[in-house]
Design a protein around this ligand. Structure first.
Ligand code: PXP
Length: 252
């Protein structure tokens, strides 16, 4: 099976920094540690309300990742403002997400079916600028087809409901995992690169990482939380090891 890339989302280092309004902990230091610990890229979500990552963070991340020759995955809502920022920075990838001001985190996938006419032209602008476009969608076949027809090269499957269900309802978790597997196979069949993200932890990563069509996982909140106890590098190295073990069908 192909090696699965790990994108580390550093948003919540900025959340902690912003709680006191100062400059620590520094998300750029987290990005440097993540890359040194084996992350294949850095993911950051510049939200409309700037609740964690700031514009200055995006500027600095663009410099760090370019210097290291590693991908920056810019998570963004499909708005004129965010598209303009992406076009200025030209990150390796833009991951288009649904964003609602009152939500605690990204709650659902982008509705590519309903939003097609608005989203497709923006996908075209980003791709024309050399940015790889990913759409963060629910593992739903109609959404996958709509992402493909909008011109996206990648879909990132929202695995949050599966990750939440593991601890609460095993039968529901099995059902949701099956949907993710079917969605991943369908997306790959259509020629899309397939990623997964949201809510992944040491437990949920095992089944997700063993889905052969997946090329990348984007993981943030759990890793930053775990870093409090074991350090960021150790948390990332453990996640990396679990991903690699899942790929070869071994468990520890
Ligand atoms: N992928 C996408 C598209 C997201 O919106 C998020 C959350 O910002 C993540 C991955 C990472 O999710 P988590 O922080 O729950 O690991």
């Amino acid at each position: 099976m192909n090696r699965l890339r790990l994108g580390v989302n550093i948003d919540h280092v900025a959340t902690v920094r912003n709680a006191r309004g100062g400059s620590t902990p520094d998300p750029m230091r987290a990005a440097e540690i993540a890359l040194a610990a084996g992350a294949d890229g850095i993911t950051a979500h510049l939200r409309e309300d700037r609740r964690h990552i700031s514009d200055a963070d995006m500027d600095a991340l663009a410099v760090i990742t370019r210097r290291r020759g590693l991908p920056l995955n810019f998570e963004m809502a499909v708005t004129e403002e965010m598209v303009a920022i992406a076009l200025r920075h030209r990150p390796h990838a833009s991951c288009l997400v649904a964003e609602r001001r009152e939500e605690l985190t990204t709650e659902g996938g982008l509705d590519m079916v309903k939003g097609h006419n608005v989203i497709a032209p923006q996908v075209g602008r980003l791709i024309a600028a050399g940015i790889r476009v990913s759409c963060f969608i629910d593992p739903d076949l109609a959404q996958i087809a709509a992402a493909k027809s909008a011109g996206a090269q990648v879909v990132e499957l929202h695995v949050g409901p599966y990750c939440d269900a593991i601890r609460m309802n095993a039968a529901e978790a099995d059902h949701l995992l099956e949907k993710i597997k079917i969605a991943a196979a369908e997306a790959a069949q259509l020629g899309l690169e397939v990623h997964a993200g949201h809510g992944i932890d040491f437990e949920s990563v095992r089944a997700i990482a063993s889905i052969p069509e997946l090329a990348e996982l984007n993981i943030g909140h759990f890793l930053i939380g775990e870093a409090i106890f074991v350090g960021l590098a150790a948390a990332i190295q453990r996640m990396r090891a679990l991903m690699d073990e899942a790929r070869i069908g071994r468990t520890t």
